[in-house]
Design a binder for this molecule. Structure first.
Ligand code: NAD
Length: 294
């Protein structure tokens, strides 16, 4: 079992660190917010007063932070405090450019590194059923795999440095676009007098089938576990969907890729957030789409 430092014990990081403890690892945690540290302590994570204290003795360091700038700041502090040879894994969702910079910092410090963003949300983090999309060397991946398996169910090695973040933003661009498509179809079906259940029964088993309809149906009824049945409580907050769509658009701009539907999805989710819906589930965008076609 490994000595692990876990940096960023928020909605995702807290339960992920708890699963590493459950798997028998020796986990020391640090978060800038004291309440997060206290909650993690109750799950068996040893609290540290400073990032340097958390990582000093660690063989493996995991970061789970909001954005690229937080990761680069934390990794700068980490490499000041650890010896060469440690493995550093970033599980945050960040831009590909920052992820690659982080790998370069690790290489300069003589450490192994991975970008390993996740999908599966807070429920997946708590249940240990996350999907990890991993970028980095084969050696780093082999070393990290047993630890990632303690937090997730599916671990995919996507390629070299940055490939995990690339896979994450491409996947979530599909998700943002497909959810809007499904919402538009239900809004149109309503105008045509089609029941939600009838459209669901057809589209969830026909060529319109996708995760946004079969697992996360944006109207109440057909899929009882979807946020639409719970007043659109997230779930996956619209602000996070917008964050990921913006990352996809930054990447499209940087690489010259053409993503017109990704751009439109980002525009619509930005409008939805501006109307005060950032903390609602992203499938609630059906309400805005109904109004704009009215
Ligand atoms: P969160 O805001 O709940 O947690 C982030 C934590 O990092 C906070 O507790 C904050 O205090 C801490 N932090 C910030 N800077 C720090 C630093 N320098 N040192 C130590 N702690 C620091 O966010 P979250 O929902 O846990 O998301 C974390 C990452 O996971 C994000 O990149 C997000 O996009 C991604 N993600 C989230 C979800 C989700 O459903 N919440 C799903 C998939 C991916």
């Amino acid at each position: 079992m490994a000595r692990i430092a876990f940096i960023g014990l928020g909605n995702m990081g807290g339960p992920m660190a708890a699963n590493l403890v459950k798997a028998g690892h020796d986990v020391t945690g640090f978060d800038l917010a004291a309440p997060m540290l206290q909650t993690a302590e109750a799950t068996g994570v040893k609290p540290a007063n400073h990032i340097s204290q958390a990582v000093a003795d660690a063989e493996v360091i995991v970061t789970m932070l909001p954005q690229g700038r937080h990761v680069l700041t934390a990794w700068t502090d980490i490499f000041r405090a650890i010896p060469a040879g440690a493995l550093v894994i970033d599980c945050s969702t960040i831009d590909v450019e920052s992820a690659r910079k982080a790998h370069e910092m690790a290489a300069a410090a003589g450490c192994l590194s991975l970008d390993a963003p996740v999908s599966g949300g807070t429920s997946g983090a708590a249940a240990g059923t996350l999907t990890f999309m991993v970028g980095g060397s084969g050696e780093s991946f082999a070393k990290a795999k047993p630890m990632l398996e303690a937090m997730g169910r599916k671990i995919v090695h996507c390629g070299e440095a940055g490939a995990g973040q690339a896979a994450k933003i491409c996947n979530n661009m599909i998700l943002g676009i497909s959810m809007i498509g499904v919402c538009e179809a239900f809004a149109l079906g309503e105008k045509l007098g089609l029941s939600h259940q009838a459209l669901f029964d057809v589209a969830s088993t026909s060529s319109g089938q996708c995760w946004s309809i079969s697992t996360y149906c944006p109207v109440p009824g057909p899929v009882p576990t979807s946020p639409a049945n719970n007043d659109y409580k997230p779930g996956f907050a619209a602000a996070l969907m917008l964050k990921d769509l913006r990352l996809s658009q930054e990447a499209a701009l940087a690489t010259g890729a053409s993503t017109p539907l990704g751009a439109e999805a980002a525009r619509l989710f930005a409008l939805f957030e501006k109307q005060g819906n950032g903390s609602r589930d992203f499938s609630a965008i059906i309400e805005m789409l109904r109004l704009s076609d009215g």
